[in-house]
Ligand binder design. Structure first.
Ligand code: FES
Ligand SMILES: [Fe+2]
Length: 329
């Protein structure tokens, strides 16, 4: 995990009012709830008294009540009430669990994984998808570290093999470039695959007018989009579950159909084809070893793997830069 980042980790609709939901994300057991005002909160899901899971408890006036002995927690993770000690008793400061800053934005629940700050940065969502689009969505778990699931979506070399009968038709096995451009922590990569007629693949700096090529975008730490056209995007969020699991939220964004019923139909139909393509990927990615990638590892990459290499490098840089402090529990 890269610290000090906002991660998209749940669909907003999964966190409902007056209900606790327990999930494993970011290799932590977490409990979420939505308060009466609609704001989302998240704390570590292990009672500081004797370790019971808080998500099996209940909400009492926006406070989480542990199901075991009734300790109550506020949104900052502090115990506010210990029934056995009586309502008049003061609760000392170290009776608490770690609270994770959480936000509801763009249809996702985002969690800040890292050092607490009163002044957290903005949530890194794609500017162009913030307005004007609607989407259909499905999600599923993959038994791989999130780095592998992400790299699969940065992989332009696999298209004619994994997707030979869908998006990779045309036997375009020769990979020119690709050209990779970073803007802060957002990578855009431009794809120029073509059939092999014995020509040498162009190096990234030999590709003129690359901006006109088909391109995709990845925003650190865990969202991606395939820019099919101005009005069509395939989007994915890769929610890290633990060292060997990732929950993928795949969305189809479109801005050309606005009529309500038709819009739902288009969005639903598109998720069917996206699921077929994602499952072509899943079949292969789940076999990759090791389940997690690193910047330095024993793999023999090729020129066409540049977006993957660039991702590994950036991930490594950000990890090192933010590794100073462990989040407390
Ligand atoms: S374990 Fe939670 S109150 Fe005792
Ligand atoms: Fe793929």
């Amino acid at each position: 995990m890269i610290k000090n980042q906002w991660y998209a980790i749940l669909d907003s609709r999964q966190v409902k009012k007056n209900k606790l939901i327990g999930v494993t994300r970011l290799s932590e057991k977490l409990v979420f709830w939505r308060d009466a005002a609609g704001d989302v909160h998240c704390v570590y899901d292990k009672c500081c008294h004797r370790g019971a899971s808080l998500c099996a408890g209940k909400l009492v006036n926006d406070h989480v009540e542990c199901p075991f002995h009734g300790f109550q927690y506020d949104a900052s993770g502090k115990v506010t009430y210990i029934p056995a000690n009586g309502a008049a008793a003061k609760v000392v400061e170290n009776y608490r669990v770690h609270a994770y800053p959480a936000r509801d934005a763009y249809g996702f629940i985002w969690v800040w994984y890292g050092d607490y700050s009163a002044d957290l940065p903005e949530i890194p969502f794609f500017e162009e998808l913030k307005t004007g689009f609607s989407y259909g969505q499905f999600s599923e778990n993959w038994n791989v570290h999130y780095s592998r699931a992400i790299e699969n979506q940065l992989d332009v070399v696999h298209l004619p093999f994994v997707h030979h009968n869908t998006i990779g038709r045309g036997n375009r096995t020769l990979v020119n470039g690709p050209v990779v451009k970073w803007q802060e922590n957002c990578m855009t990569f431009y794809v120029k695959n073509e059939p092999d007629h014995g020509q040498r693949p162009q190096k990234p700096n030999e590709i003129a007018d690359y901006e006109k090529l088909f391109h995709l975008r990845f925003q650190m730490p865990n969202i991606w989009q395939n820019i099919i056209s101005d009005q069509l995007r395939v989007f994915a969020a890769f929610a890290p579950v633990d060292e060997e699991n990732t929950h993928i939220y795949l969305r189809f964004y479109q801005s050309f159909v606005h009529v309500p019923v038709l819009k739902q139909l288009v969005n639903a139909l598109s998720t069917v084809s996206n699921r077929v393509i994602l499952h072509q990927d899943r079949r292969v990615v789940l076999t990759q070893l090791p389940k997690k990638s690193e910047f330095t590892m024993k793999e023999n990459l090729v020129q066409g793997d540049l977006p993957i290499l660039e991702y590994r490098k950036k991930r490594d840089q950000l990890k090192r830069a933010n590794d100073a402090a462990e989040p407390q529990k």
